[in-house]
Structure formats: structure tokens, C-alpha cells
Design a protein around this ligand. Structure first.
Ligand code: HEC
Length: 115
């Protein structure tokens, strides 16, 4: 009887240990927390470049950025640094991940139909 009790205890201890290990190894940042490029673009960029990147005060981005910047990284560098001609520098305003999400969003914008 005592032997059985000890065995049961050991079993429970092992199960609890395994449950803890499973919890500890779960990823701590779910993908849902990735920055939302569309939302950030609407807040930080659309005022000058238009909601669809069609261009307002700033030049159009839709259908253009993929040709101007070979890679997402090139575009992120440009947006981080800005220009002296009206494009603000965003390096200290946004995180690398946010800048990347925004750049990816602009690269996916469909080129406006010209008519
Ligand atoms: C205050 C207005 C303003 C805001 C806000 C702004 N831009 Fe600009 N952007 C400009 C202007 C003006 C230019 C053209 C600058 C130049 O030619 O030197 C430009 C140029 C660009 C270009 C290069 C386009 C090309 O054809 O060369 C990209 C890419 C760009 N902006 C992305 C962004 C992104 C992404 C954001 C938001 C994080 C943003 N901009 C916010 C005004 C703005």
C-alpha cells in the first residue's frame, strides 16, 4: 500500500514537471503581436502619401517603391534616414520591425489604374 502511494506521488510529480516544461518552452511572443504595417502606414505616412499610397504632398508609393528600392531593407534605410526635401527621418520614431512592416505594406500596394 505504501509503495503504491509513493509511486502515485512520483507519477504526479513527474506529470507536474512535464507540464511546467511544456509551459516554459511555449513561445512567449505570439505572431499576433507583430506590428501592423497597414495601421502604422495610415497613421504615420498616409497624410503625405495618401491612404492607398497614391501620393498627395509626398510622391506616390503604390507600384513605385518596388522599382525604386530593390529590397525591403533598402526602403527601410531610406525611410529611416528621410531626405532634406520633405520626407521626415523615421529612425527614432519607429522600431526596425515597425519600419519593415510599413515598407512591406507599401510594396504590396497595387499600382493605381491610370486613366
Ligand atoms: C511630412 C510628409 C511626409 C510623411 C509624413 C512621410 N513622407 Fe515619405 N516622402 C515625403 C516627400 C516630400 C518625399 C519626396 C522626398 C524627396 O524626393 O526628397 C517622400 C518620399 C518617400 C519615399 C521615396 C519615394 C520615391 O519615389 O522616391 C518613400 C519610400 C517614402 N517617402 C515612404 C514613406 C513612409 C513609409 C512614411 C511613413 C513612415 C512616409 N514616407 C512619411 C513626405 C512624407
Amino acid at each position: 500500500m505504501r509503495g503504491l502511494t509513493r509511486e502515485t506521488c512520483t507519477w504526479f510529480a513527474a506529470a507536474a514537471l512535464l507540464a511546467n516544461l511544456a509551459l516554459a518552452s511555449a513561445p512567449d511572443r505570439p505572431a499576433a503581436q507583430a506590428p501592423d504595417g497597414a495601421q502604422l502606414f495610415a497613421v504615420r505616412c498616409a497624410g503625405c502619401h495618401g491612404r492607398s499610397g497614391e501620393g498627395v504632398y509626398g510622391p506616390p508609393l503604390a507600384g513605385v517603391v518596388n522599382e525604386k528600392f530593390a529590397t525591403v531593407e533598402d526602403e527601410v534605410k531610406f525611410v529611416s534616414a528621410g531626405t532634406g526635401r520633405g520626407m521626415p527621418a523615421f529612425a527614432t520614431q519607429l522600431t526596425k520591425a515597425e519600419l519593415r512592416a510599413i515598407a512591406e505594406f507599401t510594396r504590396a500596394l497595387p499600382k493605381p489604374a491610370d486613366d
